[in-house]
Structures are given as C-alpha cells and as structure tokens.
Design a protein around this ligand. Sequence first.
Ligand code: ADP
Ligand code: MG
Length: 349
Amino acid sequence: MLENKNTENTSLESLGEFGLIEHLTKNFTLKNESSIKGIGDDAAVLDFKENKAVISTDLLIEGVHFDLSYMPLKHLGYKSVMVNLSDIYAMNAKATQVTVSIAVSNRFPLEALEEFYSGVELAAEIYNVDVVGGDTTSSTKGMLISITAIGESKEEDITYRNGARPNDLLVVSGDLGAAYCGLQVLEREKEVFKVNPNSNPDLSMYTYIVERQLKPEARRDIVELLKTLDVKPTSMIDISDGLSSEILHLCKQSGVGCNLFEDKIPLDPTVIAACEEFNIDSTLVALSGGEDYELLFTIDQKEFLKIKGNPNLTVVGHMTDQNEGAHLISRNNSKIPLTAQGWNSFSND
Ligand code: ADP
Ligand code: MG
C-alpha cells in the first residue's frame, strides 16, 4: 500500500543522507521565541528563561505500534507528534519543540518519507511547535520512529501524577473508547481486503471512531481551558493505555484510592453503536481500549463550580483513602476492583 501508483518512486540512496535530511526539513521554520537554534548544527539551542523545561520521548515500531496497511504515512507523522505532545500537555505545560528521528528499510522510497513529514509538518503547524532536530538512519526491516517533545511551564503550574488527595474529584476530557473501536473497524477491513482486494467499503458511519484512531488530537485546548477557568489540577495524566490503568497510576503515585462511576464514563453514541456491532462491552473498551489521548486529572472539590457543565469535561468519580482501594461502581451499584486490564471480574471470565 506504500506505493503510490501515480508518482515515480525515488530511492533514498540516490539522495544521500544529507540530501535527504535537507529535502525533508527544508520547510521547517522556527515559530517559538524559545527556539534559538533548530535544525542544522550539532545540537539545537533552546531558551526558556525563567520557565522549567518539560521533556518526553516515545519510540514507535512498525508492526508493534502501527500497521502501514491501513495507516497512511501522513497520518502516522501527525499521530507520532500527537502522542508526544499529549505527554507534555499532561504535565499542564505548553509544548514548544519536537525532534523527529526515523529509521527506514530500503522498501521505503523518498515519497513515503515526504508523506510522513507532511503529517509531522501539519501537526507542528497546528500545535505551534518547532521541529528542531532529529536523526535519520536505515533499518534492516520496517520503520522506526522516535519523537522527543519539549515544552515549558512555570514551575508552580506543572502537574504531576502524585498530587491527588482523598475527596478530590476525578475528571476526564472528551470521550473514551473511540480509538479502540476505530481500530476494530480498520482490522476488520484489512481482513476483508485480504480476501477481496476490490472491496470498496462504506466506512462513513465509522468516521468519528476511525479518525480517533488514525488522526488523534492532543488536548492542548484542555490545558488552555483549565488556565482560563483558573483551575489547577492536583494531579494529571494522559490516557494512552485506557482509563483503568491511568487511574491506577494516579492512585499509586498519589497514595490514594478511587471510586469510578460506570454511568458517568463519557461515551460517544458511535462508540456505543460500534460496541454493539462488535459485541464488546463499551465500559471495558473505555477502561482498557487505549489511545484516546484524553486528559485525566483530579481537582479539589471546591473547584467543581468552575468546571460544572463544561461540555469538554466530565466528573467520573472521586478519590478516597488509599486503604479503600480503586473501584468501579457499576450501573447496578456493585463495587468492582479496577485492574490495569479493566476490572477484576473480567479477567476471571
Ligand atoms: P549528526 O551527524 O550530528 O547526527 P545529522 O547529519 O544527523 O547530524 O543531522 C544534521 C542536522 O539535521 C541536525 O540538526 C539534526 O538534528 C537534523 N536532523 C537529522 N535528521 C533529522 C530528521 N529526521 N528530522 C529532523 N531533523 C533532522
Ligand atoms: Mg545524525
């Protein structure tokens, strides 16, 4: 699927490493005051003045983290930046720079990398971050991507995972489970395509969930919203692995317990419909689906009025004393221990 039949393919060898880097990065301009030196020297130079630097890195491997048979390379470039920016926003910080390192095998032509970089460039443009460096090398098999995101924040605004206290409210942005449902649709279509390469499926009813899988957005807007509302979360994490495992991270690092209410978990109607179609439990999908890239945070109860009624934010539970443990309070009011996989009763099925 990599081959674009309408264009000539240019081998990477024909450009050489330096020609390739120059070609791929020629459009990158520096937009942030903190970017003193970007691509072109031995190292980038940044200046955050009185702010603290916040840094996060991720490694993505073809066949493990992404599948190029349904992931267009432009989307992959975009998503690779998003998953990293999400970690910066989860610190309540402003993302300012990224570095992008790639390794590809010789099955990738220049045009494939151009596609990937067009996604990186779009993400950098929309989220106002500068691409200030990276590394380019070959791999014996497949594609590897390593992105480092850099951000800045006033020291007192930085939000860690360890600040939640008993009675704090647990809040989530957006809705959950859609990226996992989108993946189920894409996996199914991949199998259909194997049997019938001429199938031309109508995926329009799945637009939202497929987009959530292929083109997620990091929640910069939520960090800005919290500043506007004058709410400083006591703890925060981004939801990359599923609500359940992220709640357990907050609980463990903060030394608290939690009650999560099943009927409060925000689900898009298309997620509920897809779960019915695939015969999977929508609560389980929200708890352990992953890749939603929403923000999960705790706030002091006295901040509740500031967020009340905001369509982007849902209170899904509250923190408790540590010895009470972390539980899902189900719709029929039973109390089920949360596990990283979802909830306890499920693992016994
Ligand atoms: P070095 O030999 O020091 O690793 P390179 O020749 O790899 O230097 O890189 C030259 C410049 O290009 C550096 O500024 C580096 O950060 C940047 N660069 C290299 N590869 C990439 C890439 N894939 N994306 C963005 N910038 C890159
Ligand atoms: Mg290098």
